[in-house]
Unconditional design. Structure first.
Length: 527
């Protein structure tokens, strides 16, 4: 069996119906299984009598088994002088001290081939030790290969993200190939997590070799705590939504599970939609992270109120308390993984529902002053002069109602589509057009803000960018605003989401440049 055959075999093991096959045959095969190891013995040693009553000692030794032996969640072991067609362990190690006709394979475990093997010796996310003849290839995916003094490999020795250690007496008739370098070996830490966490249905466990998992978990808790300290208002608003409207929040969470993948697919199948996919992905990531902090804050406040009554607690402290509680619950088998997934799903839905609640009250809750009008009675015009009531000075525009998050994102998406179409028409290579997209979008925005105080998307949505000090947009202002947009984007898009919680409806780049986005007055031409 060549390497293609090996890959087909591994695929069938990964995606086929895996289970422990029959360990006894009609010839009288005997199998012994423990909770951790499967031992294969296919010989019979018994006494019987012939037709004349003479005592006959019969010893039957089966050269080959008629089946593949697959172990799921435990180690597989083939004893010396025993035979099997193949030996496979999934979430366990495979050790062969006997003779295997086909292949020895382990997935999320280590492979040890000490007996002759007709074809390949394979380890997927594990190490592969060989100290016998292998008729095919030796493969380790995300693991190392070690060839002992008795190793003889007729095919190639291939490592994907691992190293090859070869004894001077070991023989390799094929070639030794390294894929993705030699620096990704040593995945015993992952094996430990699979054994103590994944197979028990929990994210965390207290066991040697899981320090990295605790460091990762505590780092994420620290991130959520800092996020709550920086953005307490949006988290508090989402917690209020969760506690006052749990039913709609859960329903939105369930719908988001279905609609989010559908939205990704619809964007990917359209040429124009592909331009929006990176922004959509960033938005989903940002809402997921924020949602996790929201659920932890809700849990922390609930626990604090049980012990201390109704006294207020800081948002960051609530997130920290909730996170510590969840770390303890993550240790419980089965329940740990269920809670882990529920927090992510519920948090994402709560953030979306909070945004939905803001949409009908966009102008009423914006905190902006009412639409301003210019008084024409404060100063009497001279005789013969003409007063034009339709002209609104820049200073007056700064007092107009602020534009909310959704309308601004709609205008941005329209601008992205426009730039994407232009680059697709003039770009000779799609990769070059993709790399230049953000730069082209920033230049386009800066020029349009300087010339018309808006973009094409802003014209369609009826928006204008104005300075808070009432002065006209100049080149330094539009340049600073355009460059600051990269800052709003690079931090998982949080700079744009700041619009939802700022009293002046300012994104980070608005605050830096001293600008606001307002609804343009009716009757005032944008072009």
């Amino acid at each position: 069996m060549n390497r293609i055959h090996t890959l087909v075999f591994i695929t069938s093991v990964l995606f086929g119906s895996l289970g422990n096959t029959c360990l006894a045959q009609a010839s009288g095969a005997v199998a012994a299984e423990t909770t951790k190891t499967i031992v294969i013995d296919t010989s019979i040693d018994t006494d019987s009598e012939d037709t004349d009553g003479n005592h006959v000692h019969v010893k039957v030794h089966h050269e080959h088994a008629d089946h593949d032996t697959v172990s799921v969640g435990s180690d597989a072991y083939l004893a010396p002088n025993r035979h099997a067609d193949s030996l496979v362990a999934v979430f366990g190690s495979a050790t062969s001290d006997g003779e295997v006709t086909d292949s020895v394979v382990s997935i999320f475990g280590n492979t040890r081939t000490n007996g002759p093997t007709g074809d390949s010796s394979v380890a997927v996310v594990g190490n592969n030790y060989i100290n016998s003849k292998v008729g095919g290839s030796a493969v380790a995916v995300l693991g190392d290969i070690e060839l002992g003094p008795l190793a003889e490999v007729d095919g190639d020795v291939v490592t994907v993200g691992g190293t090859v250690t070869q004894d001077p007496n070991a023989v390799v008739h094929g070639s030794i190939q390294h894929v993705f370098g030699r620096s990704l070996g040593g995945f015993n830490w992952l094996h430990t997590w699979v054994e103590h966490c994944l197979l028990l249905g929990r994210p965390l466990a207290i066991a040697p070799g899981l320090g990295w998992a605790w460091v990762l978990a505590l780092s994420m808790l620290g991130f959520y705590t800092v996020l709550a300290a920086i953005m307490p208002k949006p988290i508090d608003e989402a917690v209020h939504t969760l506690t006052t409207a749990p039913g709609p929040s859960v329903l939105t969470s369930l719908l988001s599970i279905v609609l989010t993948p559908v939205a990704f697919i619809l964007l990917c199948v359209t040429i124009i939609g592909i331009v929006i996919v990176p922004f959509f992905a960033i938005a989903v990531l940002a809402m997921s992270l924020l949602g996790n902090a929201v659920v932890l804050a809700a849990i922390g406040r609930g626990m604090y109120q049980i012990g201390r009554g109704t006294r207020p607690i800081a948002t960051w402290l609530a997130v920290l308390v909730g996170g510590v509680v969840m770390l303890g619950l993550y240790l419980i088998p089965i329940l740990g993984f269920i809670l882990y997934k529920l927090i992510g799903i519920l948090g994402f839905g709560v953030v979306i529902y909070t945004l939905i609640l803001k949409l009908p009250h966009r102008q009423a809750t914006s905190g902006s002053p009412p639409e301003a009008t210019i008084s024409t009675t404060s100063a009497k015009p001279s005789e013969g002069s003409v007063v034009d009531d339709t002209i609104t000075p820049t200073a007056a525009l700064a007092t107009m109602p602020r534009a909310g998050f959704m309308i601004r994102m709609t205008a941005l998406i329209l601008d992205c589509i426009l730039i994407g179409i232009v680059l697709a028409c003039i770009g000779s290579h799609q990769d070059a057009a993709s790399n230049a997209f953000l730069i082209a979008l920033a230049l386009y925005g800066a020029v349009m803000w300087k010339i018309r105080s808006t973009t094409i998307g802003g014209i369609i949505c009826g928006l204008k960018v104005v300075r808070l000090d009432g002065n006209a947009m100049d080149w330094p202002t539009v340049t600073v605003r355009a460059l600051s947009c990269f800052l709003s984007l690079v931090v998982a898009g949080f700079g744009f989401f700041w619009i939802l919680f700022s009293r002046e409806r300012q994104a980070w780049h608005d605050k830096i440049a001293g600008t606001v986005v307002v609804y343009a007055p009716k009757g005032n031409s944008l072009v």
